[in-house]
Structures are given as C-alpha cells and as structure tokens.
Design a protein around this ligand. Sequence first.
Ligand SMILES: [Zn+2]
Length: 109
Amino acid sequence: MTLSERDLEQQEPVTAPAPAPSAACTSCSGGTLAAETVKAAFWEGERLVVVDGIPALVCRTCGEKYYEDETAMRLDLMRGAGFAPEKAVQSMTVPVFRFDASAGGKAGG
Ligand SMILES: [Zn+2]
C-alpha cells in the first residue's frame, strides 16, 4: 500500500495576496487559476512599453491576472529603471484608434 504524492505534498502557507495556484479566482469567485506567463503594457510617460514573459496566475473564466508580490516588485524595479530602449528584446507597432462616440454597440444590422 502506497500513499499518493498528493497526500505527501505539504501545502505552503500563503503569505502573498495573490491566491495559490490551486485557489479559486476572487474576481469572479470560482474561476480556476492557472500559472502562465503573460505580457502586460505599461505607460512610461508618453511611451508605451510591453513586458513579456511575466509569471502570473490567470483565471480560466474571467481572465483576471494575479501577480506574486515578488513579480510586482520586479516590475516596479523595471519601471523605476525607465525601461531603457537598449534593453528591449523587440519592438512592435501598436495601432492607435480615436474614440468614436458614434460607434454602435452591436455589429451588423
Ligand atoms: Zn475569475
């Protein structure tokens, strides 16, 4: 008779505000969270920069992202460093739209 690994696995105490990977989403209360790497956009003055490969917990239901404290801290450090252009791994073109107050809410018709 053997115990499964899951039985032997000890739950680490959660000190960070981000839920544990096994926890449910607090935004839609119930969605399953999955550990993924995501990209996020930040405004640096008039400059828009994108950070790729950020570890996050993403809700499968509503798409809410949760960052660990350490991840948020590292992002703050990167922002504090001013996102030096020479450190960018790639550049992308971002389409810019002007808000259209007359646009309808529904497509077609
Ligand atoms: Zn959710």
